[in-house]
Each structure stands twice: as structure tokens, then as C-alpha cells.
Design a protein around this ligand. Structure first.
Ligand SMILES: [Zn+2]
Length: 175
């Protein structure tokens, strides 16, 4: 993903937070979904399915696996909102189904459009749920050790994200 795409994604996430007057964690992702006119549906799905998104007659529908941990559901919603904000044309043509997330694919370069979309939606989700300015305020200039499991887990709880999502984000931003 080039620098331009990255900053476009960041701007889109930040403008949603600003529009909703959200300035601290945890980010109320369901409220943002509603503000975007998205219809959230929680249903029990197979474990490997995280969620899905499509636009039907102009209304975005976001499906979430109701059996997953609430923090994972929040990431799923944020990821699907990323598709909605970034890939609306693609998800209007057909239902987009997410099987897990390639969270740890940071070194994987793929020419395949689908994977590019997933990486973009994941970045959007991270920018929405764990904005850099929020994290900088949380860390308050203190040195942070990414290998400190306790510290990562405390931040993850505060942001209502999984510890692995938080570790990945902190690694991307500050390591
Ligand atoms: Zn996806």
C-alpha cells in the first residue's frame, strides 16, 4: 500500500471520529456504523466467519458473528465499515464475506486485489479503533515496551480491542 492510500485511509477514519465528536477510547463503533446508515446484524456464524458487508438498495448491511468475543466483533464492524468507506462499488456488486483477518500479513505483498482490499480495511479498522493521537495521549510520553504483555493488555482493555490487534498497531506506529 502506498503512502497516499495510507493517508487517505487515515483521513477517512479521523473525519468519522471528528464528525461524531469522539476523542477518547473506547471508540463507539456501533454508533459510527449507525451514523453511516449501516444496518448491523448479529448472527451466529461458523467460527471462521468474522462478518460480511454489502449494500442493498442503497442501505449498507453489516453482518457480524454473534459468537465471537465482543472485542473481535468491534474489529469486524470497523473492518466492514472500512470496506463501506473505501470499496463501496465492489460491495454493492456482491456480498463481501470475511473469513478471519490477515492481521499478521504485514510483510506479505500481494498483487491480488482482494487481499489489497483486506489490508486496506484492516488499516481503516486500526485507524478507527486505535487512532494514533489517542494512543499517544494514553502513553503520555512514557517509554513503552511492546513486549510488556501486561501493558499491552491494559491498553487493549481500555480500547476494547484484542491484545494482538493492539500489539500489531503499537508495533506499526511506535516500534
Ligand atoms: Zn474484508
Amino acid at each position: 500500500m502506498n503512502h497516499q492510500t495510507k493517508s487517505k485511509i487515515r483521513r477517512k477514519a479521523l473525519s468519522l471520529l471528528e464528525a461524531q465528536g469522539i476523542s477518547s477510547a473506547p471508540v463507539p463503533v456501533e454508533r459510527i456504523a449507525k451514523a453511516l446508515g449501516a444496518n448491523l446484524r448479529f448472527s451466529p456464524l461458523d467460527d471462521e466467519l468474522s462478518g460480511m458487508v454489502y449494500v442493498k438498495d442503497g442501505t449498507p448491511i453489516v453482518g457480524v458473528n454473534a459468537l465471537h468475543h465482543p472485542n473481535r466483533q468491534r474489529f469486524t464492524i470497523a473492518h466492514e465499515l472500512g470496506h463501506l468507506q473505501l470499496h463501496r462499488t465492489e460491495i454493492t456488486k456482491e456480498i463481501h464475506v470475511d473469513k478471519g483477518f490477515p492481521m499478521l500479513m504485514r510483510n506479505t505483498v500481494s498483487a491480488e486485489g482482494v487481499n489489497e482490499m483486506e489490508i486496506e480495511a484492516n488499516l481503516f479498522a486500526a485507524e478507527l479503533l486505535m487512532p494514533e493521537s489517542f494512543l499517544a495521549a494514553s502513553l503520555d510520553g512514557e517509554p513503552f515496551d511492546i513486549d510488556d504483555e501486561g501493558a499491552v493488555s491494559t491498553l487493549a482493555k481500555q480500547y476494547k480491542v484484542s491484545a494482538s490487534a493492539m500489539r500489531f498497531r503499537l508495533g506499526n506506529l511506535f516500534a
